[in-house]
Design a protein around this ligand. Sequence first.
Ligand code: ATP
Length: 418
Amino acid sequence: MLEAANLRRQMVRQIPLDTIEFLESAGLVAANSGWRLYLVGGMVRDLFLNRKTVDLDLVVEGDAVNLAQRLAEITGGKVVIHSRFGTATLTWTDRRIDLATARAESYARPGALPIVKAGSLVDDLFRRDFTVNAMAVDLSPGHWGNLIDPYGGRFDLSRKLIRILHEKSFVDDATRVWRAIRYEQRLGFHIEDITLSLLKRDLPHLDSISGDRIRHEMELTLREEYPEKVLRRAAELGVLAKLHPDLKGNGWLKRKFEEARQLSVPGRPSVSLYLALLAYPLCAGDVEKLIAYLRLPRSLAHVLRNVAVLKGSLRALAQPRLHPSRVYLLLNQSSPPALAALSIATDSEVVRGHIRAYLERLRYVKPALTGDDLNKMGIASGPQIGEVLRRLLEAKLAGKAKSREEEERLVGRWSRRT
Ligand code: ATP
């Protein structure tokens, strides 16, 4: 057995000084009301792994909302109260701290949201997903820094294992299937054997999870540093196929995600770019099914639909001698993220060249003449102006109107003809 530890030195080494000071005063403020306050969740886990965490999760055996309000007075921060859950979020400058009242949970049926009642810290840790996430650090004066580890999280960390806390864990909340895979792949751990067999047994429970919650898991997955690792494992375990049977977590996806990262340096690719690449093998009808299942917001759905339409233009776009005006017409209905996805997904250098030309040059081309100018030249207001502007743009892209004078000449010629 590992000895009960005090983590003060480790915390002071890894956590910024002002956060340490905050954690000390918060423990004191809670104690003044006779409550005990604890640091929980990812930050405790990451302390042992030498990884940086930004999110602070605190649990109080007391009243979280009241404590958050008092801490807001000290820090000058703002509190948002989530009264349904007895939780509060405290923010100041770039800080965000979640405070929760220690609670026990039970589930009326698989996939339902939990029924919550006040409980002890140990109850609160028991409702968590994995042993490595079910540790706490005491912040009470006199005990500050003591590790509380009732479920063997530290032992599992040392063995690099992701282990659920009880046999019904995935039945209670099947989103933990996605969480298990994410932690396993992010940390380079293994899902422990019994946990893995229960995960496989309980896969059907994923069907009882709402599309909104699955979308949230998907977004978190695509925000990982290497989402393709999570998707590969999810495909291997039959989890990805629950979203759509044609989605693949294969070598193609890995290559394309790597390319997306190279192109997005120094930032990370957006969720929409990754999702568009993941959905690339789907036909338009199946893209619609995925959009409906995940209840994707309009902006994400738009990118996916754009890509499905663009795939229909691939053959035309693969022609090397395509005229710029034709490139413009093939691409101008699509958003830049959809074009970026197509450019990464295609293996055709010619297609990529056309997309690059469009994004870098063609989309900015505009006639020198404006609607007002055309009005003054005698073109009647209304749809005609739009039509002339469109023809002017085409002429300009075709190199037939290189100056304002040439545009005027063309408009004059068209007016005489009508
Ligand atoms: P990260 O943000 O680095 O992925 P985290 O551990 O901070 O990791 P959050 O999703 O912020 O993860 O959740 C905070 C804590 O809440 C987790 O450490 C875990 O203890 C608990 N938790 C979150 N989601 C669940 C869940 N579905 N079931 C049980 N416990 C959960």
